[in-house]
Design a protein. Structure first.
Length: 82
């Protein structure tokens, strides 16, 4: 329900903008964590040091953002077509 009060409308718009900023900050944070993990061969302690955070904090962020190591499989020539 929309209020005709100028202050009420301003407050609602402000909350929307803050959520948007929060989402952008989280996206950047997630991207930086993934980059650090890749650069450190997915060794959390090294990635945490690179980012200047604790191992506990990087573990929390990995869980929060659902970050998982990408696993790719390649077929050797003998396994193709089986």
């Amino acid at each position: 329900m929309e209020s005709h009060d100028k202050h009420g409308l301003y407050a609602r718009k402000r909350v929307i903008r803050m959520n948007s900023l929060k989402e952008k900050v989280e996206d950047v944070e997630k991207e930086e964590i993934v980059n650090a993990l890749k650069e450190c061969n997915w060794i959390m302690a090294r990635a945490a040091r690179r980012l200047g955070i604790t191992e506990r904090m990087i573990g929390y962020k990995i869980k929060k953002y659902g970050i998982k190591k990408e696993v790719t499989y390649t077929l050797s020539s003998g396994e193709q077509g089986q």
